[in-house]
Design a protein around this ligand. Sequence first.
Ligand SMILES: Nc1ncnc2c1ncn2[C@@H]1O[C@H](COP(=O)(O)OP(=O)(O)OP(=O)(O)O)[C@@H](O)[C@H]1O
Length: 319
Amino acid sequence: MTAAGASAAVPSEGRTAVAPEVPTLEVQNVSVRFGAITALSDVSLTVVPGSIHAIIGPNGAGKSTLFNVLSGVYKAAEGQVRFGDVRLDRMVPYKIADVGVARAFQNIALSGTQSVAENLMLGRHHLTKAGFLAAGLRLPRATREGKRHGARVAEIAEFLDLGEKLHTPVGVLSYGDQKRVEVARALCTEPRLLLLDEPVAGMNAEETARMAGAIREIRAALGISIILVEHDMGMVMSLADRVTVLDFGRRIADGTPSEVQNDPDVIRAYLGSGDEETPAESYTAHHSADGGSVVAPASPDDSGATAAHPSSEMPGTTS
Ligand SMILES: Nc1ncnc2c1ncn2[C@@H]1O[C@H](COP(=O)(O)OP(=O)(O)OP(=O)(O)O)[C@@H](O)[C@H]1O
């Protein structure tokens, strides 16, 4: 089955609806500060195994900062992140990948000159056992392993409707295809937790529907947990089992999509103060890709200052 289509083999490697090896993710009282700015303040949430959990909030609410903590890019000044028995907040990014957490980036992080297959193979790197020398000398063990990884890459590409583009350079693919390659690369690491950073940002309606279908199929076929940061509220509300809402670095709501949509604090956060633009206007005017510079969080301080944010799209609306 292709993820966006309807019929063919799913890349489950024997897994069922909720994979038994997927642990609970617990974010416990996490705070992150950048000098005087408190990007996250005492944030807690629980991601149930096999669920799709969305993180939403207006611009500057702290969503990307939280993702960067989960993937080891930022260190929390306070609090813990537990993935089963493992403390993610004490790990460097490549170790986090080793314990089964993979991230698909908002800004596509692929090599445009390399083929889809070559880019996906990079996702298999940490699963390769034969070693560089054995692979270079084409020893039988390395050859067997290479074939096995190649077959898995082809299976995952097929699943994401990229089977016919396996040998196409990524740079010539459409934007929607490139975003699916980014997700496929993350899947090639065989994650137990998939972090999707604005997977439909910049997509048209057809590409958005295709990606939403792919995310549903990934969960159904692999039974892994998925955390989604996304501004497209129509997609979030139709896909997510649970939604955590951030505003000015604080958790202001956590519940089912219908619970958070009707939460007065959430409505207030998205509407902002009366003299701002409408949420839709503000989103268009202020939303920008988060490809900015990464600076190490400064030492904790007590200022508690937060940066102002513009309002964003209102929950419950479809963009
Ligand atoms: N590396 C950094 N250095 C300094 N301040 C930062 C850094 N990263 C984030 N911030 C600040 O932390 C706050 C939260 O930003 P963050 O990017 O996490 O929000 P967001 O919810 O992802 O916003 P958006 O929806 O616009 O992407 C903002 O005030 C932002 O300016």
